[in-house]
Ligand binder design. Structure first.
Ligand code: ATP
Length: 306
């Protein structure tokens, strides 16, 4: 059975003038998951998001929200979307609550008192919701923005760099609320960022965009797990012979020779295999050291290597 899809991008392209900014992006996001859209500055995140919410025309391809085309059925499709794309509009002289009431009046469907209270609790603003927004921290304003975006019970929440400008405590808070919203309300959350460290903690899956192309989509578990490379050194007496044996058994590996070691970058599972081959060929291994490539390095490796 196919998993229900909340949003689907099908070969989406955007041309501005002669330059193709988005070069055929396809992806799907499902209910209850936080999908991270990760890319360096200028990679094309905001442009893609602007097309997803109808702020920009799609040059080619299609975007479906809850199976409705954003091109041919815009109003119905967009009714399922909540988003914070630029800074949310708020009146500082009004309380958080009055801001929500004001916003609720503009919603296409009536928003009940219960829903208001539920959302205020969901974003943890119950204690400060009656205070003026002018007295809120940036983190609290962001959470009020989330509340606004969630009032009409959207199926998809789109957030463009939601932690921009927040301090570490504020970032942690927003991250936890975003995860909670996705999992408790079964909403699909599409969130962009240029910070891998942040995405890793917030998202269930991460798609990496570079120069307008989606170059990788992985679950965070896969991203963090097996594919993280280890920089490994094998300490041996016969450096030259050890390097030759590794090269002839593992053709793809790039072996570097040190004074009393050979070093190479490998997947974790390969360390034991290499050791076994060396020992079988009568090379005495005196020690193995291994340092993991950080995720940040892996991200750079992926984005710079293409
Ligand atoms: N209106 C426009 N006209 C011409 N080029 C544009 C326009 N809007 C964006 N671009 C270019 O398209 C590319 C993608 O921009 P976009 O803002 O989508 O990137 P981003 O990933 O959101 O980056 P950032 O994190 O800096 O916001 C950039 O190279 C940008 O210069």
């Amino acid at each position: 059975m196919n998993k229900q899809t909340v949003v689907e991008l099908i070969n989406v392209k955007k041309r501005i003038g002669k330059s193709e900014i988005i070069k055929g992006i396809s992806l799907k996001v499902y209910p209850g998951e936080v999908f991270g859209f990760l890319g360096s500055n200028g990679a094309g995140k905001t442009t893609t998001i602007r097309m997803m919410v109808g702020l920009m025309d799609i040059t080619e391809g299609e975007i479906l929200i809850n199976d409705l085309s954003i091109k041919s059925n815009f109003e119905k499709a967009i009714a399922h979307v909540g988003g914070i794309i630029e800074n949310p509009e708020m009146y500082k002289f009004m309380s958080g609550y009055d801001n929500l009431v004001h916003y609720a009046r503009m919603a296409p469907t009536r928003i009940s008192q219960e829903r208001m209270n539920e959302i205020v609790n969901l974003v943890g603003l119950e204690k400060s919701i009656m205070k003026k927004v002018g007295s809120y921290s940036l983190g609290m304003r962001q959470r009020l923005g989330l509340a606004q975006a969630l009032l009409h019970s959207p199926k998809l929440l789109i957030l463009d760099e939601p932690t921009n400008g927040l301090d570490p405590a504020g970032i942690r808070e927003i991250r936890n609320y975003i995860r909670r919203i996705a999992h408790e309300e079964n909403i699909a959350v599409f969130v962009s960022s240029h910070l891998l460290s942040e995405m890793q903690l917030m998202c269930d899956r991460i798609g990496i965009i570079q120069h307008g192309k989606l170059i990788s989509v992985e679950t965070v578990g896969d991203f963090v797990g097996s594919s993280v490379k280890e920089n490994t050194s094998f300490y041996v007496k016969e450096v030259k012979k050890a390097a030759e044996i590794i090269k002839s058994n593992f053709e793809k590996l790039d072996v570097k020779k040190g004074q009393d070691f050979v070093s190479l970058t490998v997947e974790k599972d390969q360390i034991a295999d290499i050791n076994e081959v060396l020992v079988k060929n009568n090379i005495k291994v005196y020690g193995i050291t291994s340092t993991q490539t950080t995720l940040e390095e892996k991200f750079l490796e992926i984005t710079e290597g293409k």
